[in-house]
Design a protein around this ligand. Structure first.
Ligand SMILES: Cc1ncc(COP(=O)(O)O)c(C=O)c1O
Length: 424
């Protein structure tokens, strides 16, 4: 049937009008988006290196996703400027301490850390005009203290002892901050006393010189990543919301191992508040008591129960994860369950991801991926599971990524695929 030409004209006019409105509206939307993107971008730029921390990509781990039928996604935290997830924590700890007046610009931030947090503190402290002093156990990978010293931090390597011992690295770090505060107090007292001796209130050239030298007595602040809830807040306000936004809220589970517990606590609490249906899990390395805490409410390790506890606190080649005390940060976690992971599984996983995805990751990241596959098997295909890639294998060249070291510990990888997790 022929359509009258005036009707064709009307239809064309209406179509053009609708299209114009749509194009205009979408342009306006785009302009608005661009504007807000620019604002965020400017905010980041204005903050220097600190502005480059966070907003890490959420990577699809293709090999694990294809093998499990789930979407296995991981936050690439090794891309932070200081090389790990702990950059977020370092910034939050320093900013909260400066805001509260517990730390002054020019002061020293002390920390007892097996590495990553200290490296992040050493990286960002100068951006706040502060210095960094770290105490670490002498069995931590040597490259960690080399990096710290290269970053300008002062490092004390001490024998690993129980946390109840006064010379545990965490307790020494706390003491160093107290000592710096005492020195600052003493210096202030002496300066006040010498000022009252001046008749005209002006300093001589010599005294001005002294002022410059002793101006460094600005006191200390113990970062205390295990108990300081700024750690949990870094993830509750940063990592958690980013995961929520990057998945469009479409995720079913989150899994991670815990050291201080800050990551698992901040992320799990944020995600559960957004959607209580999201399942959150812990994956725990050998020697850690957290698995039992989550599953049975009591904190003892399998090694202790079997009388096999070694001298080393964590009986594992993984670093930064596993703990035998309940930290304030971990207490904030909202978990639905826990898995145990073994050293050989973490080693095999790291080699599998290197071979199949080109991902060169550290021991805790590998353990997190072991956890992600465990969750995928528990939930079944079709689920979206998020985990964390905490740091890169570059941090682990002397131990976890060293074939000789691994063979000495009976941890030479041999898997062809994911059979070490009962997957093909
Ligand atoms: C490399 C690495 N991965 C993971 C963790 C564990 O994260 P969290 O302390 O937030 O539990 C740490 C903690 O120190 C770490 O250093």
């Amino acid at each position: 049937m022929a359509v009258p030409s005036n009707l064709t004209a009307v239809i064309t006019a209406v179509t053009v009008a609708i299209c114009s409105v749509y194009v205009l509206a979408s342009k306006r939307g785009k302009k608005g988006d661009l504007k807000s993107e620019k604002l965020t971008e400017n905010k980041r730029k204005g903050k220097g290196v600190v502005g480059a921390i966070g907003n890490t990509p959420l990577i699809r781990i293709n090999s694990l996703s294809d093998a499990t039928g789930c979407e296995i996604l991981a936050k690439a935290e090794f891309l932070n400027p200081g090389g790990s997830v702990k950059d977020r924590v370092a910034v939050k700890i320093i900013e909260e301490a400066l805001d509260s007046g517990k730390l002054s610009r020019g002061g020293v931030v002390t920390e007892g850390s097996a590495g990553s947090t200290a490296i992040s503190l050493a990286t960002v402290a100068p951006a706040y005009g502060c210095k960094c002093h770290v105490v670490i156990p002498d069995d931590a990978a040597i490259e960690k203290s080399q990096i710290l010293e290269a970053l300008g931090a002062t490092v004390e390597r001490v024998r690993p002892v129980s946390i109840t011992h006064k010379d545990h690295f965490v307790n020494i770090a706390r003491r160093r901050a107290a000592e710096a505060n005492k020195l600052a107090q003493q210096h202030k007292y002496e300066k006040d006393a010498s000022n009252t001796n001046h008749t005209n209130g002006y300093l001589s050239e010599n005294e001005k010189q002294n002022e410059v030298i002793t101006g460094e007595y600005k006191g200390g602040f113990f970062a205390d990543q295990f108990e300081n809830l700024a750690n949990y807040r870094a993830h509750y306000e940063g990592t958690g919301p980013e995961i929520w936004e990057q998945t469009g809220g479409k995720l079913h589970a989150f899994v991670a191992a815990a050291g201080t517990g800050g990551t698992v606590a901040g992320v799990s609490r944020f995600l559960k508040e957004k959607d209580p249906g999201i399942k959150c899990f812990l994956v725990d390395p050998p020697g850690s008591g957290l698995y039992n805490k989550v599953k049975r409410g009591v904190m003892y390790t399998r090694e202790e129960a079997e009388g096999k506890r070694l001298k080393n606190p964590f009986d594992t080649v993984t670093e930064g994860i596993g703990i035998n005390r309940l930290t304030e940060n971990f207490k904030m976690a909202q978990l639905d369950g826990a898995f145990r992971g073994t050293d050989i599984q973490a080693v095999e996983m790291s080699r599998f991801l290197l071979k199949n995805d080109g991902l060169f990751i550290g021991s805790s990241s590998a353990m997190n991926c072991v956890g992600a596959v465990r969750v995928a098997k528990l939930l079944g295909p079709g689920h979206t599971i998020v985990t964390i890639l905490c740091d890169s294998g570059m941090r682990h060249l002397s131990k976890f990524c060293n074939p000789e070291y691994l063979s000495q510990h009976g941890l030479t990888p041999s898997a062809k695929a994911l059979e070490f997790l009962d997957c093909k």
